[in-house]
Design a protein around this ligand. Sequence first.
Ligand SMILES: CC(C)(COP(=O)(O)OP(=O)(O)OC[C@H]1O[C@@H](n2cnc3c(N)ncnc32)[C@H](O)[C@@H]1OP(=O)(O)O)[C@@H](O)C(=O)NCCC(=O)NCCS
Length: 155
Amino acid sequence: MITIRKATINDLPAIKELNKQIFINNPKYDNDAVEDFAHTPQGEKYFKEAIRSKKGCFLIAEENEQMIGYANGEEKEASYRKSKYFEIDNLGVILEKKKQGIGKKILNAITNWAKKKGFQKIYLNCYVKNEKALNFYRSNGYSEIDICLEKKISE
Ligand SMILES: CC(C)(COP(=O)(O)OP(=O)(O)OC[C@H]1O[C@@H](n2cnc3c(N)ncnc32)[C@H](O)[C@@H]1OP(=O)(O)O)[C@@H](O)C(=O)NCCC(=O)NCCS
C-alpha cells in the first residue's frame, strides 16, 4: 500500500538519496544544473529549510516503508497577481515506480494540503526539455503561463 506523510528532519539523509535518484536527468535538461545538488552544502541547507518550513509542505510517498517519491513546495510571493499562490519546487517518483499513478497521488496530496491552507493556485517550473513531466502536469490540468528566458553574459 502507498502512504503519503509529512517529512521530518530525520528523513533528510533518505530524501537526499531520493533526490539524487529522481533528478538524475536534470543536467540533460539544463547544462547549468549542479549535479547531485542534494549532497552539496547548499543542497543540504535547502532541504533542511524546506522540511522545517512553516510556510511550506514536504510530503513523502512510501510503499512497504521504502521511500518511492516526494514533493515539496511553499508559498510563492506574487503580490502583483490576484490569487494566493503555492509553488511546487520538486515532485518526483523513483524510476522503478513511474507510470503507476504515484506521481498523480503525490500531486493530489500536495494540492489538497495547499487547498486546506487557503491557496488558490499552484505554480511550478518545469524544464522545456523534460517532456514527460510537462505531459504529466498537462494531463493533471496544468497549462503554460510564462516562459523563463536566460542568456550567458560573462564567463
Ligand atoms: C513526472 C513524474 C513525477 C511523473 O510521475 P509518475 O508516477 O510516472 O506519474 P503518473 O504515473 O501519475 O503519470 C505518468 C503517466 O503514466 C500514466 N499512468 C498512470 N498509471 C498508469 C498505469 N497503471 N499504467 C500505465 N500508465 C499509467 C499516466 O496516464 C501518465 O501519462 P501522461 O503523462 O501521458 O499523462 C515522474 O516521471 C518523475 O519523477 N520524473 C522525474 C522528476 C521530474 O522530472 N519531476 C518533475 C519536475 S519538478
